[in-house]
Design a protein around this ligand. Structure first.
Ligand SMILES: [Zn+2]
Length: 54
C-alpha cells in the first residue's frame, strides 16, 4: 500500500489516496472527493510506501 497526494485542478483541493500499487495503475487519477472532478494531478511520488517487513 502507498499514499499518493493529489491536487484537483478544478477546485484546488488537495487530498491523499491510500491505495495499492495495482489499484493505482488501474485508476491513476481518482476523482476529487470535494467536487468529484477527475481533473486531478498527482503531486509527488509515493511518500509513505508501506512494505511488509520480513
Ligand atoms: Zn475538486
Amino acid at each position: 500500500m502507498a499514499t499518493y497526494d493529489y491536487k484537483c485542478r478544478k477546485c484546488g483541493h488537495t487530498f491523499e489516496v491510500i491505495t495499492s500499487l495495482s489499484e493505482h495503475e488501474r485508476e491513476p487519477r481518482p476523482a476529487c472527493p470535494k467536487c468529484q472532478s477527475k481533473e486531478t494531478e498527482q503531486l509527488v511520488e509515493p511518500v509513505n510506501v508501506i512494505t511488509s517487513r520480513k
